[in-house]
Every structure is written in structure tokens, then in C-alpha cells.
Design a protein around this ligand. Structure first.
Ligand SMILES: Nc1ncnc2c1ncn2[C@@H]1O[C@H](COP(=O)(O)OP(=O)(O)OP(=O)(O)O)[C@@H](O)[C@H]1O
Ligand SMILES: [Mg+2]
Length: 621
């Protein structure tokens, strides 16, 4: 660092030499090799190219070469392209409000040229020949005519050779390569209509033709042959389109996610948050979805001039955009086929053929809290969950009319019935008319038939989902369903558990616990939620507190953490044998849930196997 002169020394204020200014600017624009790739490819796209080849050696420290077939640069403009703040893309500040190019600062080329050895060959289509210009550390070395194809080739060699500090701060080759792959992939997705190739360290990473659709490009690059869900939204001013991976494709990092605003690959906290929120609880904690979303808004609504690398964008109507993305993603994931969906019905028809044997005997206690027909809390619980317009008697399976009984139309976005079913007398509910319990497996999975499809339901996750939503609803209504203990119990909590307990006492009370500190770290438990009344309060309480602690750590809010824990602990387990009626009720309740597809931890509640899938497996097709 320069030594500061004392205050009596005369200070000269003078403009810095051009090369120094450019090198300082390069510090902001050119953070690493991947930033060079980004800037140069953006220039190629701005020049109207429809084929862009990217060749990288030694993770960009040796060579970054971009070949395009765009407009090219006239001979007398070659040098000026490397002057700071020289651009062909805007001419006034107002132009920024209606920006249709990636570039606008006129900073990339001079910055890159100042920290490398740069050679550019360019030719406009109607010129007789091309021209070659060479810079070293920002100093012009030569400019001369050369034979060339129309378009531009840029070779950036020895990046950061004259800024050793920057060079030293580069990460390992594999990290820099990963950044390059990511940015090149982003460019290829953002402009899926253009041909792109990436050759990285002598390996061809991708080579993509022009004229691809977004779907082809996304699945082609991100996860060939994997399932993506289409997301779309359109209003006068805003459109959203894209493809997002089914929850199973989620990763532990954000690298599979490509978000764009007005074709600009950006980082936006609002955008990511809305996307994740749209998955609701389908994603286990710490997982990130894969896929891409392209948001297009009126250019006047965004400010791209926030950060030197233009990777951040400010939106003027953040809330509205958040809402649009959240809803579009959520609706897309709820649609049929993404996560298996009970599309056509609003309820399951119970298995009529199962006979009386499976009916619970009067007075027999049920395995299934909150669901079982003889459970004390059951009647009230079921009446809450049956929000069916036709006021069907509790316990009565809801029919889905078959073709001959009339049709039902369901809004695939909300799952609401638009044209309600005509309820048939019970005897008319034929097995083919709706969802039918056809069996069970391993005392865990319920097998159902609907039309030509087979559904396999995990009784534990399904029940967890039902109880979770029920508990949340109770918390909101502050209407705990509590069961007094005949003999209050005392348990000693660890210091960490006690802190969690103090933090969540209020919510635990709302959920039906009555527990109070009793001196030291001892807690006196007088009542538990009715759902948990069959479990041992001693063992349960500590576990619930531990669940809450770890869910909180994973970023869940307290209310959801408490509800999840109670739901998980109260739900039927693998090995609990359900009667047909209990199973049918559980499925009915599941269908009424806001999110019937997964348990609160993100595991699926059911999977679907179509007749076609089976036929294929058996070689019938
Ligand atoms: N591949 C290319 N083909 C044709 N012209 C190009 C190409 N690359 C750069 N240019 C021209 O050189 C000019 C300067 O490029 P530079 O990247 O420095 O600035 P910019 O793209 O205008 O703005 P920004 O600094 O925001 O990228 C561009 O405005 C463009 O006219
Ligand atoms: Mg540029």
C-alpha cells in the first residue's frame, strides 16, 4: 500500500492514465474467467449472431475464444470499440428505460483488453476483408486487414497476467470451469433459439442447434430424459415461461437453477424465494429445484444498472412479481402428471366388496387418530374435513360419477369441482365409478384404482399431511383439541430443549399441550393434543421438542415446525393395520388437503402407475 504523505505535502490531483482507469474498471467487470465469457457472448448476441462457439483452455486462464457470425465491426470502428464508454447500444440515459441489448456501458472490451492479451478479428458481411486488432495489457499493438469470414472472433489469452493479485485469487481450475459451464449454459438457455457450443479444456460440453424450443434446450442440457414441468403465465405486461424439475430432481445447491429477467441471467432474491415457495413443502429442507424460468416485464419496470456485472436487477413491483411467480409455479406443480394427481375426482369411493369383515366393530378403538371412525375426536374432525357441497353424511364415501352418471369437470389449477357430481345413492357407486381401495401392501401402502390408473399411497405420509393441515388450521383458529392426562407427568429437559420449550410454549399450548416449567429444567405436562393421547407423554414430549429444534434450524417458522412435529408423531406408522373404512377416510381427507401430494417434509404421499406403464413393463406394447 502507498505510504500516506503527511498533511504538509503538496497534493496533485490529476487524471489517471487510460490504461490504469481501464484496469480499475476491469476489477469490477471482470471478476473471473467466467465474467469474460459472459461479456463476450453477450456482445455476440447483441451483434445478432445465431451461432456462437465458445472455446476455453485451462479454465479460461490460458485462452477464452468466442467465435460468432454476427454483424461484425467496421474497420474504422475496431479501435473505438476498445475505448472506455464507447458503445453502439445506447446514446442517452433514457435509452436505459427501453433497453433491448445486454450491453450498454461500453466497458467490457476495454476492461478485458487491459488485463489480458486480446486479439479480435472482425468482418462486416459487405466488406471485402476483415480486420485484426491486437492489444496487450490495454495497449494497442497492431491493427491490420486480414482474410476472415463475416462475424467476429475474439481470443483472450493470459487473463490477469498483469494483475497478479487477481490471478492469485482465482479458485481451483475445477471451480473456474464450473463457473464457465454455468454461465455458458445460462446463455444457451436464455437464448434457446441460437446455436451454441462449448468446448471446455478440450472436451465438448455441448453443441446445440439453432431453432430449439425452450423445453428441448432445458431438458437437453440440464437433465436429459428427466421430467420437467411447464410453467407459464401471461398478462398484458408480464409473461413467465419455463420448465422446472419435478421435486425428485432437486439438488443440494442452486447450480441447477437458471433464472432470467428480460433474457438476462440474474440473481434475484425475490425470484428465488418465489420459486421455492411455489414448491411449498415438496422440497425437503436445504434442497433447490432445478430448471429455468424466463420472466419478461416491461423494460421500464426494471433497473439493470445496479451492479457492474449486471447480474442483479431491481424490480419496481417486487411483490406483484413475487406473487405471479409463486402462483405460476405452485399451479404448475399441482397439475396432473407432475406429482400424481387425483384429477378427476373429489373423493374416493370405498371398496364395497370388502364386506363387513373390515368394518370396525362398535366400540373398537381405531388405529388412526383424527381419522378412525371410532376415535373420540373423529366426528368433529371429519366434519371439518368434509367440505363437500352436497353435505354427504360423515363416513359416506363420496362418489365420483362414471360416464353414465354424468360428467364432472374439475379445475386442474385449484382442484375445485366446477360442475359438481350428481351424488348417487350408495348402492349405485360401482367400483368403476371412482377411486377404489383394491388392496394394501406391507401394512404401509394402500393400493387404489381409479379408471385405468393404479395409485400407491403411503399411509404414513398421507396421514402426516392430513394432520399437518388440520393442526395448522387449529392453530389459526386457536381451537386446541386437548386431552387432560389422568396423571400429569414431569420430565426433565436438556438446556437446549428447555430453551426451545420456552420459545414455543405458547404455540404448544395453542396446539393442545398444557405444559409449564416446574423449577429448574423440569416441565410439568397436564394435557396433550387429543391426536397424541395414545402415546406416552414422557417419551413424546422430548422428541417433539427435538423435532422443533431441528426444523427451526432448517429455517422453518415456529408454527409450521410445531405442526409438522405433532403431525409426524401422531400419524399412523408403517405396520399399523388400517381397516378399509379407516383407509378410505384417510384418503378422503387427503384429497381435501391444500397440498395432497407430499407430506410436510417433502416426501410424496402417493405415486401413480398408469395402465400404459404396466403394459409397457409386461411387453404388451
Ligand atoms: N462480437 C461483436 N460483434 C459486433 N460488435 C461488437 C462485438 N463485440 C463488441 N462489439 C461492439 O463493440 C462495442 C463495445 O463493446 P463493449 O462490450 O465494450 O460495450 P457494450 O457491449 O456496448 O456495453 P457493456 O460494457 O455493457 O457490455 C459494442 O457496443 C459493439 O458495438
Ligand atoms: Mg458488451
Amino acid at each position: 500500500m502507498a505510504v500516506s504523505p503527511d498533511k504538509h505535502t503538496k497534493r496533485w490531483i490529476r487524471p489517471l492514465p487510460k490504461q490504469v482507469i481501464n484496469k480499475i474498471a476491469a476489477g469490477e467487470v471482470v471478476e473471473r474467467p467466467a465474467s469474460v465469457v459472459k461479456e463476450l457472448v453477450e456482445n455476440s448476441i447483441d451483434a445478432g449472431s445465431d451461432r456462437i462457439d465458445i472455446i476455453i483452455e485451462k479454465s479460461g486462464t490460458k485462452l477464452i475464444k468466442i467465435v460468432d457470425n454476427g454483424a461484425g465491426i467496421e474497420k474504422d470502428q475496431m479501435e473505438i470499440a476498445f475505448a472506455r464508454h464507447a458503445t453502439s447500444k445506447i446514446s442517452s440515459f433514457q435509452d436505459l428505460d427501453n433497453l433491448h441489448s445486454y450491453g450498454f456501458r461500453g466497458e467490457a472490451l476495454p476492461s478485458i483488453a487491459s488485463v489480458s492479451r486480446l486479439r479480435m478479428v472482425s468482418r462486416v458481411a459487405d466488406a471485402d476483408s476483415g480486420h485484426e486488432i491486437i492489444f496487450e495489457g490495454g495497449v494497442l499493438k497492431s491493427l491490420k486487414p486480414i482474410a476472415a469470414a463475416p462475424g467476429t472472433v475474439i481470443e483472450v489469452e493470459n487473463l490477469f497476467f498483469n494483475t497478479p493479485a487477481r490471478r492469485k485469487f482465482l479458485k481451483s481450475e475445477s471451480t473456474e470451469s464450473r463457473h464457465i459451464s454455468r454461465i455458458a449454459t445460462a446463455m444457451a438457455i436464455g437464448r434457446f433459439d441460437l446455436a451454441f457450443s462449448l468446448n471446455l479444456n478440450s472436451r465438448s460440453i455441448f453443441s446445440l442447434p439453432t431453432g430449439s424450443s425452450l423445453r428441448e434446450r432445458v431438458s437437453g442440457i440440464l437433465a436429459p430424459n428427466k421430467k420437467f414441468v411447464s410453467v407459464s403465465f401471461q398478462s398484458d405486461k408480464t409473461t413467465l415461461e419455463g420448465f422446472i424439475g419435478v421435486p425428485e430432481l432437486a439438488q443440494n445447491n442452486r447450480y441447477g437453477l437458471y433464472l432470467f429477467i428480460n433474457n438476462r441471467f440474474i440473481y434475484s432474491a425475490t425470484f428465488s424465494h418465489a420459486l421455492k415457495a411455489g414448491y411449498e413443502e415438496l422440497l425437503p429442507g436445504g434442497k433447490f429445484p432445478i430448471g429455468t424460468l424466463l420472466l419478461t416485464v416491461d423494460p421500464a419496470e426494471i433497473d439493470v444498472n445496479v451492479h457492474p456485472t449486471k447480474t442483479e436487477v431491481r424490480l419496481s413491483n417486487e411483490r406483484e412479481i413475487h406473487d405471479i411467480i409463486f402462483r405460476a409455479v405452485r399451479d404448475a406443480l399441482r397439475q396432473d402428471g407432475i406429482i400424481p394427481s387425483f384429477r378427476a375426482g373429489h373423493g374416493f369411493a370405498g371398496s364395497r366388496s370388502s364386506g363387513d369383515a373390515s368394518r370396525p366393530r362398535p366400540g373398537a378403538s381405531s388405529v388412526i387418530p383424527g381419522i378412525g371412525v371410532n376415535h373420540p375426536a373423529n366426528t368433529e374432525f371429519l366434519s371439518q374435513l368434509y367440505r363437500h357441497p352436497d353435505n354427504i353424511e360423515i363416513g359416506q364415501p363420496i362418489a365420483e360419477p362414471s360416464g353414465k352418471h354424468g360428467t364432472v369437470r374439475v379445475d386442474t389449477h385449484t382442484g375445485e369441482i366446477i360442475e359438481g357430481p350428481t351424488t348417487e345413492p350408495a348402492d349405485h357407486i360401482g367400483p368403476s365409478g371412482g377411486f377404489r381401495l383394491v388392496g394394501r401392501f406391507a401394512d404401509l401402502y394402500l393400493l387404489l384404482q381409479s379408471g385405468e390408473d393404479l395409485y400407491i399411497v403411503d399411509q404414513h405420509t398421507a396421514h402426516e399431511r392430513v394432520l399437518y393441515e388440520q393442526t395448522l388450521e387449529r392453530v389459526d383458529r386457536q381451537s386446541a383439541d386437548s386431552q387432560q392426562l389422568l396423571f400429569p407427568v414431569q420430565i426433565e429437559l436438556s438446556p437446549v430443549q428447555f430453551a426451545v420449550f420456552e420459545d414455543s410454549t405458547e404455540l404448544l399450548t395453542i396446539c393442545g399441550f398444557s405444559a409449564a416449567a416446574f423449577g429448574g429444567r423440569t416441565v410439568n405436562i397436564n394435557a396433550v393434543p387429543a391426536l397424541l393421547s395414545k402415546k406416552s407423554p414422557q417419551r413424546l414430549f422430548g422428541k417433539i421438542i427435538d423435532d422443533i429444534a431441528s426444523l427451526r434450524k432448517a429455517g422453518l417458522d415456529l408454527k409450521k415446525a410445531v405442526a409438522q412435529s405433532i403431525a409426524c408423531r401422531a400419524a399412523v406408522m408403517s405396520g399399523d393395520r388400517l381397516t378399509d373404512r379407516e383407509a378410505t377416510h384417510l384418503l378422503d381427507c387427503l384429497l381435501q388437503c391444500d397440498n395432497k401430494y407430499s407430506c410436510p417434509h417433502g416426501r410424496p404421499t402417493f405415486i401413480k402407475i398408469t395402465r400404459q406403464d404396466l403394459d409397457r413393463q409386461f411387453g404388451r406394447e
